[in-house]
Design a protein around this ligand. Structure first.
Ligand SMILES: [Zn+2]
Length: 404
């Protein structure tokens, strides 16, 4: 099962993220003071319109491991990795929908600044007033990743945990603690808990005989599996005690949880093991009872996310785009450019985005807006290409995001 998740994480890495396209220029406001006492230099500005009093934690939960293609729901801003011109850390102002690089020096060319240093992150979380990002360790030369923290005004960038040459991934926030996996030299994985208040890290999985595999938060608890075991477990006291719940082997796609249910996809396979159909199922987090939310159209289905009311998905049969590769082969949009949704308790499916040049990889509801992450296909010189883009579906219209 672990391998399935890793495969899915890798698949997600092949798909796209955000970008918002806005022709208006929003003025940046000079930084009046910095309560962090950080090293904000001259010309540093705060994000426009960001209400730093709103310190709510992210309300977007998904299976960790979606790599670059993740939205961070931080106070006032949605943070993402923009890949329209290389990869650079950027954010969208939740109120204005304007997008900017995550660096508030208007004279910066974004080299060796937070937007640049954090751009290679393979995962980020927001916790306790700071953005935490897992970044490669170029100074080591031999690989390995570290956990960095930075304030939301891009000041006080610092390394807060280093893996000593190993890879760390899948950060998850729980009660001001960041959980993440760390590879071991014997091929196993350790689950590490980094306390953002004390700065101390401890190994969690040494409490168990098996290594913890997948883990995610579904608002009321941390849910997890062990490597080699398809049962789901739950802990509400940070792994001090846990409950063995039920077998989730059938739910073999990306999982999303809310307060009452876990949502996933059950695939139907042909004789060769290929997927020929998928349907959305949910299981009660209390009873383990499984029910079908959506039977599907008899085609492979990609589960893009949930909000309070609906499940979002596309079909992965693919459609040709108007663009060709350099060898003349058509470029196919795997998700067909159509985004669907269905009420979580079942009902009628609905097309909410149609005929769009997006390969949809993730959908997250933040406030009243639906953020849609995906690749956008376009003509690049004489051949087609794709770049990671984000769209916001707000008030019925889609806005593409491009930072500046
Ligand atoms: Zn910069």
């Amino acid at each position: 099962m672990k391998n399935v998740y890793k495969l899915l994480a890798a698949l997600c890495l092949c798909m796209g993220l955000i970008s918002c396209h806005d022709s208006q220029t929003a003025p940046l406001t000079p930084l009046e003071s910095s309560s962090s006492g950080s090293s904000a230099g001259n010309g540093t500005v705060v994000p426009d319109g960001i209400d730093t009093a709103d310190m709510a934690q992210s309300d977007v939960y998904s299976l960790p491991g979606v790599g670059l293609f993740k939205l961070i729901n931080a106070p006032g801003m949605v943070i993402y990795t923009d890949q329209s011109q290389g990869a650079t850390l950027a954010y969208v102002n939740k109120t204005t929908h304007n997008s900017f690089y995550f660096c508030f020096d208007p004279t910066c060319s974004h080299y060796d600044c937070p937007a640049d240093i954090l751009h290679l992150t393979n995962n980020m979380v927001y916790c306790n007033g700071k953005l935490y990002a897992v970044c490669p360790e170029p100074e080591r030369g031999g690989g390995g990743t570290s956990l960095y923290s930075v304030n939301l005004d891009a000041t006080d960038l610092r390394k807060c945990y280093t893996s000593d040459g190993n890879e760390i991934y899948n950060p998850l926030v729980w009660n001001n603690t960041i959980l993440f996996s760390q590879g071991r030299t014997d091929g196993g994985e350790d689950l590490i808990a980094y306390d953002t208040e004390t700065g101390k890290a401890s190994v969690i999985n040494d409490r168990y005989e098996l290594d913890i595999g997948t883990y995610f938060a579904a608002r009321d608890a941390i849910y997890y599996t062990f490597i080699g075991d398809t049962y789901l477990y739950r802990t509400r006291d940070f792994f001090e005690t846990s409950e063995k719940l039920f077998d989730i082997e059938k739910m073999s796609n990306r999982l999303y949880g809310d307060q009452t249910h876990l949502y996933g996809v059950e695939y139907v396979r042909d004789d060769n093991g290929g997927v020929y159909a998928g349907r959305i199922v949910r299981c009660s987090l209390e009873t383990g009872d499984m029910e079908v939310v959506y039977d599907g159209h008899g085609e492979p289905l990609y589960f893009a996310g949930i909000d309070d009311d609906c499940c979002y998905f596309s079909y992965t049969t693919g459609t040709p785009t108007p663009y060709k590769r350099s060898d003349g082969a058509p470029i196919v949009n795997p998700s067909g450019g159509v985004l669907w949704r269905i009420p979580k308790s079942g009902g009628d499916e609905e097309v909410i985005m149609n005929d769009i040049d997006y390969d949809i990889s993730y959908v997250g509801k933040i406030g009243d807006d639906l953020y849609v992450l995906g690749h956008k296909y376009y003509e690049r010189g004489s051949v087609g290409g794709s770049k990671t883009m984000t769209g916001i579906l707000s008030g019925g219209t889609v806005k593409e995001i491009t930072p500046r």
